[in-house]
Design a protein around this ligand. Structure first.
Ligand code: COA
Length: 154
């Protein structure tokens, strides 16, 4: 099964769809404020990518490119993608939507770092990610997992 992954636009419809996701917080609220205060244009690109089933956004993730000079995860330091807020609505889980989004992120051919919620560790391992040794100063409450494109693996 192949799904169409779309870059999500910042508009009132997208922001309404976001309310269905559990991980709804400051990032979504600040996008709403920016839109209301005309700080950003309607339909400008957001850091979110998602998959629609009919008119419903059923899966989404946020991606952000972090410059090599801020990298604390890879050796040597490199530019990577931070992937967060990967979430599939409950009725749509287990149908390949999560994998489709992760595969899309891998398509940028940059290393990826994410922070696994405890119960999703098995999913990330299946996606080829591996857990880094916990470093308290760096990780605090995070549980970092990383993936690297083939040619970058040691
Ligand atoms: N642990 C272990 N393996 C998992 C898993 C999990 N929690 N979730 C999915 N998998 C496996 C699937 O069995 C599938 O394997 P297969 O290719 O051999 O069939 C593969 O990973 C891809 O699964 P997919 O259908 O793409 O997963 P998904 O669309 O449900 O997305 C999450 C995965 C975790 C992003 C999604 O379920 C989600 O948002 N869950 C809610 C939040 C959460 O973290 N839940 C954890 C489980 S309680």
């Amino acid at each position: 099964m192949s799904y169409k992954v779309e870059r999500l636009k910042v508009n009132y419809k997208t922001l309404e769809e976001f309310k269905k996701f559990k991980e709804y917080g400051v990032q979504e609220l600040s996008m709403l404020e920016d839109l209301q205060e005309n700080m950003i244009e309607n339909d400008s690109d957001s850091p979110f990518y998602g998959i629609y089933f009919a008119d419903t956004l059923v899966a989404r993730m946020s991606l952000y490119e972090v410059d090599a000079k801020f990298d604390r995860y890879f050796e040597p330091q490199q530019t990577y993608l931070e992937l967060w807020k990967l979430e599939v609505l409950p009725n749509y889980q287990g149908k390949g939507y999560g994998k489709a989004l992760v595969d899309f992120a891998k398509g940028f051919n940059l290393p990826i770092k994410t922070n696994a919620r405890m119960k999703s560790q098995g999913f990330w391992e299946k996606m080829g990610f591996h857990a880094l040794a916990y470093d308290m100063a760096r990780d605090l409450s995070e549980n970092p997992l990383v993936w690297q494109p083939e040619e970058k693996k040691a």
